[in-house]
Design a protein around this ligand. Structure first.
Ligand SMILES: Cc1ncc(COP(=O)(O)O)c(C=O)c1O
Length: 451
């Protein structure tokens, strides 16, 4: 049996159908010549729910087969293809894990997409501060002991969400966290937006489900080789009884016209993971190994060897000079830069980056961040309330209406609903005055609940 049933079905449809009298209006090409010229044959793959092409919201044909094949490959009880990125997977996982009630324990540096299900379900979020790298302040995720303490202090928690890994490629002790959670009847959601490739090479961390996660959200476009905006939600055995709730959330929160280009790209990425990708990954990991900066400039030691992050007071200049040479990284902000090595990278592609990183002078240690702000009305109350902006200099005492996170390190100092303390307001004002980017702050104005 073919392991690409959806691709095969679209191929058959393309040869059998000569006139597409159905949406989308480009009709596979002739309706939009400009797009056809740009995208060529690709446009004829942009199909929609025709009988032989199945329907993502009620799959019983090639999409169902493709999802079953992905579940078998990833060792999952069930797999959902997603055309709304990892964002949609996180929303569906949180929704399903909390079906029936209870609170969510979430690492403070969780992605903001979990605010969607918080709005929908009314669930309470208990935030867990991550451990931080002493030099750079980067998040190392929570430890299993932190999780035990948090769960014992709040017995109504029914699910926990952790990044596995972080943006910088740091993977926390998921097995220890899962053991602690399961002993207390709590489900574990792994945000693997940056970890779809885990397990495909022995030098990469093990995949989240294998370590005990009950839900794993894969960013198929970030690290799985598929097109941008694709993702996958995997359910382990413990989460399988919640599959109907997960499917409901994917259907309700996602589009009713999922892109077949994305669906096919997910199927092809899984096919590639079975066959050629491990070899390419192995070569890329070898190539990246030569680029690791000296310890003095590493942001932190990542478990994902394909993430090269460095801190230096000249980071911006280095990134600009590499850009002039045609080499673009993932981001640079202040003294921190991140390069993501793609699966196809060769040592020669990375040589210039290696040379630059090897000579970098180190930056001073990161400033202490205040992470404790009393929660006043919870994220849902803050998101539903009226909002206004106030200047950081006058922000003390107001309640944050959005996530506020200096980047780097990207760990929110405020979640919606938290009271802005004097210490937090001063820290934010000082970071802003040094020209640092702060998510949730624009021109030194921060969004707060209009009281
Ligand atoms: C840790 C993490 N989780 C989830 C997401 C959301 O992923 P997507 O952009 O695929 O919706 C991101 C996006 O950057 C992320 O960094």
């Amino acid at each position: 049996m073919s392991d690409t049933p959806l691709t095969d079905a679209i191929r058959r449809y393309r040869s059998a159908v000569s006139s597409r009298l159905h949406v989308p209006s480009h009709g596979g090409g002739p309706g939009s010549p400009a797009l056809e010229e740009l995208f060529g044959d690709l446009l004829s793959w942009d199909v929609t729910e025709q009988p032989e092409l199945d329907d993502l919201s009620h799959p019983d044909g090639p999409i169902a087969e493709a999802q079953a094949a992905a579940a078998a490959f990833f060792g999952a009880a069930e797999a959902f293809y997603l055309t709304g990125g990892a964002t949609l997977g996180l929303q569906a996982a949180v929704f399903a894990a909390l079906a029936g009630g209870g609170a969510l324990l979430a690492a403070r540096d969780s992605h903001r997409s979990l605010l969607g299900p918080v709005l929908a379900t009314g669930a309470e979020i208990v935030l867990l501060d991550p451990r931080r790298d002493p030099g750079s302040g980067a998040s190392l995720g929570p430890s299993a002991d932190d999780v035990v303490r948090a769960l014992d202090a709040a017995p109504d928690i029914r699910a926990i969400l952790v990044n596995y890994p972080s943006y910088l490629g740091v993977a926390p002790d998921l097995a220890g966290i899962a053991d602690a959670a399961h002993e207390r009847g709590v489900l574990v959601i792994a945000d693997a937006a940056h970890g779809a490739h885990f397990g495909l090479d022995p030098r990469l961390p093990r995949p989240a489900l294998e370590l005990g996660a009950d839900f794993a959200v894969l960013g198929m476009h970030k690290t799985g080789g598929a097109l941008t905006q694709s993702g996958m939600l995997l359910l382990g055995e413990r989460a399988a009884p919640r599959s109907a709730s997960a499917g409901l959330a994917v259907g309700l929160l996602g589009t009713s016209s999922p892109s077949y280009l994305l669906l096919v790209s997910i199927e092809q990425a899984v096919h590639d993971m079975r066959h050629a990708m491990p070899g390419r990954l192995a070569r890329a990991i070898d190539a990246a190994a030569g680029v690791r900066g000296p310890a003095r400039v590493e942001v932190t030691a990542p478990q994902d060897p394909l993430r090269v992050a460095f801190r230096s007071r000249v980071a911006q200049e280095i990134v600009e000079s590499l850009a002039l040479a045609g080499i673009r990284g993932e981001y640079v902000d202040g003294d921190t830069a991140l390069y993501c090595v793609p699966f196809g990278a060769q040592a020669a592609d990375l040589e210039r980056l290696r040379q630059e990183v090897a000579l970098l002078p180190a930056p001073p240690p990161a400033a202490e961040m205040p992470l404790r702000s009393p929660a006043r009305i919870g994220p849902r109350g803050a998101l539903l309330a009226g909002r206004r902006t106030v200047h950081l200099g006058e922000a003390e005492g107001w309640i944050a209406a959005d996530i506020v996170a200096p980047v780097p390190p990207g760990i929110p100092v405020l979640w919606p609903g938290e009271r802005i303390t004097r210490e937090t307001a001063r820290y934010l004002a000082s970071e802003a005055s040094q020209g640092r980017r702060i998510m949730g702050v624009d021109h030194e104005q921060v969004w707060v609940v209009a009281e």
